[in-house]
Ligand binder design. Structure first.
Ligand SMILES: *[C@@H]1O[C@H](CO)[C@@H](O)[C@H](O)[C@H]1NC(C)=O
Ligand SMILES: *[C@@H]1O[C@H](CO)[C@@H](O)[C@H](O)[C@H]1NC(C)=O
Ligand SMILES: *[C@@H]1O[C@H](CO)[C@@H](O)[C@H](O)[C@H]1NC(C)=O
Ligand SMILES: CC(=O)N[C@H]1CO[C@H](CO)[C@@H](O)[C@@H]1O
Ligand SMILES: [Ca+2]
Ligand SMILES: [Ca+2]
Length: 576
């Protein structure tokens, strides 16, 4: 009895110690969309050698890890998210040797490389799919097949009403086998069959192959689309999905249906936990954590479930899309606080959170919020509790580029068949080439034509200009990466307030330090009383400001009387 009491006391004491953070919990992850980052050979398409040549930019920012959108062999119907060979590099991006050089150069700079794992589907031009069509049983079972339905007039119809994320039927007929295959995304992306143990093992081998090559982890794509409902429960045929009731969508639109049979199925979580075992199997060899980041656009409860269940571990970082899906530039401070706190509330208390505000599928921060809010939002992403994730270009506040209907290449834009309204569906605007300098093609490429046009305004909005400027988004970003290393931000506590309809504020503190971050989401000036935060009294020193601020680093303010310009953002430190 006495011994037990003593042990539990010891456990209690340990629990109060500062958590020991692993490499991935303290770093900033930088997403590179390889096709648009840097072109080394003048064909207008970014490539691996281009990335290697620009690793110094990541180093300058203070980035510790980068995740690359897919670089694998692909016919590019969905720009690499349709993988034809999971074990090979796409020629236009480089060779396996180029990739090995990239890993080596990155290691020398202490930057980790994370790749994109696209498990839901392969490509209709993969050897796997070709063999399936030739009747090879092993590979036939890698995919999801269903018999046609014959209509009253004798015509061949898809098996049910399922719609692809990119519009129209999710089923495509193949004469060769007389069946339809499922594609939750484009026609060129046949879904893989996770009810087949051979396929499950094959995909684990894909993970092993790259992790053994020195890759520090994977970001896992579109994970909640992995499994479809078990058709045996419905008499051996996949059932129709019900109408969503959404009045803006027609029968060809993804939003027309409620995706109860094709998304968020229970088996998905088990697969993630199985993959985590593979990650940990590689970690056991050398002690380095291989990190798993998972992408699922879903609710807070389901997102949290990816962390693990019972004694089974799951994703290290189930992406938190609150700042993408739940709020934007028109949101009130109350809505911002609600979105931020909701994720922190649902996430398991003993796990790290993460903040994602942009990626290659969503309009850029400067366009979705406002160009003036770029610094304030970077303050949130880098100083809220948890891992920070930055999409390339957000450090300089890049804006969505204009891409004409003729130049549009994204299937999500093209499939609208609508030369007027394609823009809201197209993901090309956030994928335009990275803006390095005022040179031709923004210094991205020497080609006469780049794969997507460079965004207007690059002559003044680029890395070179911002590096030289006394105040720039780039320099604010670098200062934020340095601030984030302080104990208050690494392991410190967090509390937030909506000071009024427009100003979101949060406090981060550790033993002897208290910081307050203020972001004014509207173009309206305010005088604020920060003493609503406990222990925020007396004088505050300005640590960092958004670039349009009239304040300077080192200015001293009174806690009960802080004036903030419209759209201004500041980081303050309590000094007395
Ligand atoms: C693959 O699908 C695309 C449509 O996404 C189509 O254009 C192409 O012809 C298909 N390739 C084969 C070999 O079926
Ligand atoms: C406020 O400061 C006191 C004295 O330093 C400290 O004991 C207390 O934990 C602080 N409370 C908060 C919420 O910061
Ligand atoms: C608040 O500060 C402003 C200057 O920023 C000053 O003009 C004003 O008198 C102060 N108000 C109070 C109540 O201290
Ligand atoms: C954010 C992201 O990577 N989204 C991807 C989700 O999956 C589809 C299909 O693979 C891609 O088109 C998206 O880019
Ligand atoms: Ca190139
Ligand atoms: Ca699937």
């Amino acid at each position: 009895m006495r011994v037990l009491w003593f042990l539990s006391l010891a456990a209690l004491v340990c629990a109060h110690q500062e958590p020991q953070l692993d490499w991935w919990e303290t770093t900033v992850f930088y997403q590179i969309y390889p096709r648009s980052f840097k072109d080394s050979d003048g064909d207008g398409i970014g490539d691996l050698n281009g990335i290697t040549s620009k690793l110094s930019h990541l180093k300058e920012l203070g980035i510790g890890a980068t995740w690359l959108s897919p670089i694998f062999k692909s016919p590019m119907y969905d720009f690499g998210y349709d993988i034809a060979d999971f074990y090979a590099i796409q020629e236009e991006y480089g060779t396996m040797e180029d990739f090995e050089n990239l890993i080596k150069a990155a290691n020398e700079l202490d930057i980790k490389i994370v790749l994109d794992f696209v498990p839901n589907h392969s490509s209709n031009e993969s050897v796997w799919f070709e063999k399936a069509l030739q009747g090879d049983e092993k590979y036939f079972d890698y995919f999801v097949w269903e018999d046609p339905v014959i209509g009253e007039d004798g015509s061949r119809q898809p098996p049910n009403n399922w719609v692809s994320v990119f519009r129209k039927s999710a089923w495509e007929y193949r004469e060769e086998v007389g069946k339809y295959y499922l594609h939750q995304f484009v026609i060129g992306q046949p879904d893989l069959n996770y009810n087949n143990p051979d396929l499950v093992e094959e995909m684990k081998n894909v993970i092993r192959f790259w992790l053994n090559k020195g890759v520090a982890g994977f970001r896992v794509d579109a994970i909640n689309h992995l499994f479809e409902v078990d058709k045996e429960k419905f008499g051996g045929k996949y059932p129709d999905e019900p109408r969503s009731g959404n009045l803006n969508d027609g029968p060809d639109d993804y939003g027309y249906l409620d995706h109860i049979y094709t998304k968020d199925q229970d088996k998905t979580y088990d697969m993630v936990f199985q993959w985590r075992e593979v990650f940990d199997e590689i970690k056991a060899k050398d002690g380095l954590t291989r990190v798993m980041m998972t992408e699922a656009y879903t609710d807070a409860t389901k997102t949290a479930r990816f962390y693990g269940e019972g004694d089974r571990l799951g994703s290290h970082m189930p992406f938190n899309f609150a700042l993408i899906s739940n709020v934007d530039g028109s949101s009130t401070a109350q809505e911002i606080k609600y979105a931020v706190d909701q994720f922190l509330t649902f996430k398991p208390v003993d796990k790290s959170g993460n903040w994602v505000i942009g990626n290659h599928d969503n309009s850029r921060v400067a366009s979705r919020y406002s160009p003036e809010l770029v610094d304030g939002l970077n303050m949130m992403v880098l100083l809220l509790p948890g891992v920070a994730v930055t999409y390339m270009g957000e450090e300089i506040g890049m804006v969505d580029g204009y891409v004409s209907w003729e130049d549009t290449v994204d299937p999500s834009g093209c499939n609208t068949d609508d030369p007027i309204n394609y823009v809201s569906s197209s993901r090309d605007p956030e994928r335009t080439p990275f803006q390095w300098s005022a040179e031709k093609n923004a210094g991205f490429s020497t080609a006469p034509k780049t794969w997507l046009p460079v965004a207007a305004g690059y002559e003044t909005l680029n890395v070179e200009v911002q590096r030289a400027a006394a105040r720039s988004h780039l320099n604010v970003y670098k200062a934020l990466v340095a601030l984030r290393a302080l104990p208050s931000f690494q392991t410190g506590r967090y509390e937030s307030l909506a000071l009024n309809h427009d100003v979101f504020a949060f406090r981060r503190w550790s033993k002897d330090e208290i910081y307050v971050v203020l972001v004014n989401f509207r173009n309206v000036p305010y005088t604020l009383d920060l003493t609503y935060f406990e222990n925020v009294t007396g004088k505050l020193k300005v640590e960092l400001t958004s670039i349009q601020s009239q304040k300077s680093v080192g200015d001293v303010l009174s806690a009960e009387n802080v004036s903030l310009m419209g759209l201004e953002a500041v980081v303050l430190k309590v000094i007395a």
